[in-house]
Each structure stands twice: as C-alpha cells, then as structure tokens.
Design a protein around this ligand. Structure first.
Ligand code: C2E
Ligand code: MG
Ligand code: MG
Ligand code: MG
Length: 287
C-alpha cells in the first residue's frame, strides 16, 4: 500500500507540473523548424484616422503549429527571444512585410498604407541589425517611407547612445520609428527626448478603462501632450469602444488601432476588407 501511495504521489506531481515544462520544451524544440516548415503567418490589423480611413496596419505574427494549432505570439516570441530564433524570424517578418508593401504599390486602395513591424530588443541589439534592415528594405523594392519599426521600452535599459546611433543610421532611408506599449516600461523622459522617434503608441492597458478610470485618462492626456511637444504622432492601441475613441479624440489623439475597427486579419481577409471599404464595419461583427 505504501509503495502505491508513493507512485500516486509521483504521478500527481508529474501531472501537475510536467505539462507546462513539457509544453515549453515542445515549443522551444519545434520553433527551430517553424520558419523552414513554412508555419509562420503574418496577420494585419488596420490603423485608422479620425475619419475611420485606413492609414496603415500592424503586422502581427502567428504560428500555425502542425499539431497544436494556431499559437499566439505571446506564447512563442519570449521563447524565440531566449533561444535566439527571434533573429531569423524577425528578419523574415520584415522581408514579408516589405514584399507585401511592394505588391500593394500597384493597388490603389492599398498603396498608401504603412506597415508597422514589431522589432524585439534581442533583434535590435544584433551588431548587424542596421545592415540587415537596410538590405532587406532596399532589396524588396518597397517604399521605405511606408515601413515603420515598432520598438519597446525594454530596449532602453541598454546603451542609449547605441540605440540612437542605430535609429539615426536607418532614418535617412525614410523609414519611421514607433515606441510600442508606451507607458508600461521604464524609459525616462530625458532618454525619450533624445530618441528620434516618430510615433508613440499608447499601451492598451491605459485604454481599457479610460472611460471610467480618471487616473488612466489623465495619464493618456499627459502622453498625448508630451508626444505633441516632442513633435511625435501618437496612436492608441486596444481601442474597443466608440466611447474610448471619443475620449482619445477629445484629448488630441488622431490615430487608432483596436478591435473596434478590426481584429488582426489574414492577408486575404485584410485585403478584401480594405477593398470593400468595410474595415470599420468589420468591427461591429466582432465587438
Ligand atoms: P503589440 O505589438 O503590442 O501588439 C498589439 C497586441 O494587441 C496584438 O496582440 C493585438 O492583436 C492586440 N490587440 C489589438 N487590438 C486590441 C484590442 O482592441 N483589444 C485587445 N485586448 N487586444 C488588442 P498579439 O497579436 O497577440 O501580439 C502580442 C504581442 O506579440 C505584440 O504586442 C508584440 O509584442 C508581439 N509580436 C507580435 N508579432 C511580432 C513580431 O513579428 N515580432 C516580434 N518581435 N513581436 C511580435
Ligand atoms: Mg506592436
Ligand atoms: Mg503594443
Ligand atoms: Mg504588447
């Protein structure tokens, strides 16, 4: 009886703890084959202006795993950052985005759209990052002015001079830079004013309750005013309600992204929505 108790014990321990560890090991292992196995997918989430006109889209990665189904980036990007796989993956995303822009250049409804591409700090900190971006963008034949790189505040813990140098090295090509998830990190205002950023992207955590939380509302107002003073545009992410857009607009925010307008869509759906001019309508089905 004692022996089987022990076995039970061990089995319970296994069942409680192993799945998470095993899953992590599985994802880590399989991620090495995701790129060559053609399992990564780009999704596109529209960005609109006050008139609900589509002005661009953010490129968001998904992993179509052969047995586990579609995996969200929050579940595999951190692993890819740990293993270094984010470096080739990030380059691939940029290549795909640039090729997409090149194809859209021929299509009147699509040819003015910007594409925002997320850049991991691990990727940005590679010594050949500037060269890689320059080569990738120029080789694609897209208009570099339509490429926007989204950086995060987690980058700022490193050598700021080096970050500034890299951004300055790329800006002459025409591409623009956005600071993603703004307000959640720890970048100081003195660092921020030295970075040649074009856009601040207000994190969705401040938008979520903006309609009842006066504290969030005040923070958002401060971010918008600061961006204005720094000569940067500001975009709000995670806009789900008309009321949230109205509040943001009253405070001077002119660009919006969120489920209110559209979820991230696969390429064919995204193109169809834009060509039908129904991006704003697409939201009502989901919200
Ligand atoms: P992010 O760059 O801040 O992207 C915004 C996230 O918010 C996306 O999640 C998007 O689907 C979600 N979102 C958009 N509108 C709304 C809304 O109205 N409400 C809510 N609740 N969420 C909304 P997603 O696609 O799961 O991506 C999560 C994160 O994964 C991204 O956050 C980004 O940090 C990372 N990521 C995605 N693609 C890439 C990539 O190609 N490279 C890198 N390095 N990171 C990526
Ligand atoms: Mg982003
Ligand atoms: Mg964000
Ligand atoms: Mg985020």
């Amino acid at each position: 009886a004692k022996k089987s108790d022990n076995l039970n014990c061990i089995r319970m321990y296994d069942e409680a703890l192993h799945p998470a560890i095993e899953m992590r090991a599985t994802l880590e292992n399989d991620l090495a084959f995701a790129l060559q196995g053609n399992q990564l997918r780009l999704y596109f989430q529209v960005q609109v202006d006050e008139a609900l006109k589509a002005v661009g889209a953010e490129v968001l990665l998904r992993w179509q795993h052969p047995s586990l189904g579609m995996i969200a980036p929050d579940q595999f990007i951190p692993i890819a950052e740990d293993t270094g796989e984010i470096v080739p993956i990030g380059q691939w995303v940029l290549e795909q985005a640039c090729q997409q822009l090149r194809q859209w250049a021929e299509i009147p409804v699509m040819n003015a759209l910007t594409l925002s591409v997320n850049v991991s700090a691990v990727q940005f900190n590679q010594p050949d990052f500037v060269q890689m971006v320059r080569d990738t963008v120029l080789r694609s034949g897209c208009d570099p002015h339509l490429v926007r790189l989204e950086l995060t505040e987690s980058l700022m813990v490193r050598n700021v001079e080096e970050i500034i140098m890299k951004i300055h090295a790329l800006k002459p090509l025409g591409m623009t830079f956005s600071l993603d998830d703004f307000g959640t990190g720890q970048s100081s205002l003195s660092v921020l004013k030295r970075l040649p950023l074009d856009e601040l992207k207000i994190d969705k955590s401040f938008i979520k309750d903006i309609q009842h939380n006066t504290y969030d509302s005040f923070i958002v107002e401060t971010i918008i005013n600061m961006a204005k003073n720094l000569g940067q545009t500001v975009i709000a992410e995670g806009v789900e309600l008309q009321q949230q857009q109205a509040i943001l607009q009253a405070k001077g925010c002119r660009l919006f992204q969120g489920y209110l307008y559209s979820r991230p869509l696969a390429l064919a759906e995204f193109e169809a929505a834009l060509q039908a001019g129904i991006v704003a309508n697409a939201a009502s089905g989901h919200a």
